[in-house]
Design a protein around this ligand. Structure first.
Ligand SMILES: C[S@@+](CC[C@H](N)C(=O)[O-])C[C@H]1O[C@@H](n2cnc3c(N)ncnc32)[C@H](O)[C@@H]1O
Length: 205
């Protein structure tokens, strides 16, 4: 309590990475890398490439307090969803490869996260593909049911969506969030060349 009448006390929420949390996450990153190396010949791991977890973690630190519900598109081994859950987000992941979803659930339990995972397509059923809007053929087109029903959620329930698109998929991913997400929601993406990008879907005027 500040007793100087010339000074107002201001409450600010400064998020800094916690060393103990980071140490634990580094173990998670190593464990995921080991699983990946051991399975590199498996067809289910063919489309799996891990993001720069440190960069994504640092983005989540900044976004703590600005979003509550979190969805990872193409959650792979679940590392980002697990970190998000441990950091206080209500976290979910959708991944088309059920074998990866099983690994994600194992890691989630091992790292005491509440993240929930579904096997399926992250593209919602109600998204309308339109090449005129730049929805070019994408390698993220999968032969699976959308994963939202298994989570009992819809895309519009999420404040923050995280994805690791291929360079040619950024516009498509933004369109999906624009068309089916909630106005005001955030799309955080990682790109091997461009690094981290964050866009907010414009709220309705
Ligand atoms: C580049 S990896 C990213 C893994 C993790 N999200 C990360 O950032 O480290 C992309 C993942 O998305 C999955 N995937 C691709 N298209 C998908 C789709 N339409 N629905 C669900 N998962 C998909 C792939 O199987 C792969 O595991």
């Amino acid at each position: 309590m500040n007793e100087d009448e010339n000074l107002d006390e201001i409450s600010i929420d400064i998020n800094v990475s916690k060393p103990s949390e980071l140490d634990e996450f580094k173990q998670l990153w190593d464990e995921a890398a080991e699983i990946c190396n051991a399975n590199s010949n498996q067809p289910s791991f063919e489309g799996y490439v891990s993001a720069d977890y440190r960069a994504v973690y640092e983005s989540l630190v900044i976004l703590q307090g600005h979003a509550s519900t979190f969805l990872e598109w193409g959650s792979g081994l679940g590392v980002v969803s697990i970190m998000a859950s441990r950091m206080g987000f209500e976290a979910y992941g959708i991944e088309s490869q059920s074998e990866l979803v099983e690994y994600a659930r194992l890691l989630s339990r091992a790292y005491q996260s509440n993240a929930k995972f579904a096997a399926g397509d992250f593209v919602p059923d109600d998204f309308e593909w339109n090449p005129a809007k730049g929805h070019a053929a994408s390698r993220s087109v999968v032969d699976a049911e959308a994963g939202y029903a298994e989570l009992d959620k819809k895309l519009a329930d999420f404040d923050l969506i995280y994805a690791f698109p291929r360079p040619e998929e950024h516009a498509l991913f933004e369109s999906i969030v624009k068309d089916c997400g909630r106005p005001g929601s955030l799309l955080l993406s990682y790109d091997a060349d461009e690094g981290i990008n964050l866009v907010r879907i414009k709220p309705d005027p």
